[in-house]
Design a protein around this ligand. Structure first.
Ligand code: NAP
Length: 188
């Protein structure tokens, strides 16, 4: 494998090396697809103005979601612990909530925005907390779904609700070219 390609592969934000490329890279690609296909984010910045909340924005999934969301014409609110507020701001978030404070626990945007999309990467937040903060057609993409999330998903569908809860499981898929690339990285 050429040194140039090797450097390109190693220089990734997906964990580096063959396994990082294979698993984390695939998951991140799927998250990007979900943000484009489900949330309607335009990666070239051509989308309409949208308000987005990312919970656990300092985490491995959340920090990536914030950066992807900011590629479009978005206002992004992130939640994280106090020690990571500056980090989440540095990713481009317009406002940050400390989830351990009373305001943070409500998920209310400090500037009063209603969220068009929530990328939910934290755990244990009930639908009712999201619902009061959503725009009329707001969607919650739930990366930490629990059995109750599935019930809410079905209930929303059956009642033709405009707001939605969409459980999302990122399952890495094998891809012929990626498999070959991983083999080359491992062999080099
Ligand atoms: N659906 C899928 O396919 C899929 C794929 C990958 C991961 N996940 C799930 O997604 C979740 C996040 O994964 P991750 O890899 O990003 O985890 P991670 O890197 O461990 O980050 C989690 C972060 O969440 C923050 N946090 C904890 N409770 C919070 C709350 N109530 N509100 C806001 N932030 C909170 C903490 O931030 P501070 O340190 O700032 O306090 C922590 O750093 C996990 O539950 C994981 O199982 C799902």
């Amino acid at each position: 494998m050429s040194g140039k390609l090797m450097r390109a592969v190693q220089y990734d934000s997906y964990g580096g090396g063959a396994d990082g490329l294979k698993f984390k890279g695939q998951r991140k690609y799927q998250l990007m697809k979900a943000l484009v296909d489900i949330a309607g984010i335009k990666l070239d910045g051509s989308g309409p103005r949208m308000n987005i909340l990312v919970t656990a924005a300092s985490g491995g999934v959340g920090h990536y979601a914030v950066q992807l969301a900011k590629l479009d014409n978005t206002h992004v609110t992130g939640t994280c612990g106090a020690r990571n507020i500056e980090f989440v701001k540095s990713l481009g978030a317009d406002e940050v909530l400390d989830y351990k404070t009373p305001l943070g626990a409500t998920l209310k945007s400090p500037s009063g925005k209603k969220y068009d999309v929530v990328v939910h990467c934290a755990r244990g937040i009930p639908w009712s907390t999201f619902e009061t903060n959503l725009s009329d057609t707001g969607k919650v993409i739930d990366l930490t779904p629990r059995p109750i999330s599935m019930c809410t998903y079905v209930w929303k569908k059956l009642t033709f609700s405009k707001t939605q809860l969409l459980p999302l499981i990122l399952i890495p898929k094998e891809d012929k070219e990626l498999k070959l690339l991983v083999k080359l990285v491992k062999g080099s």
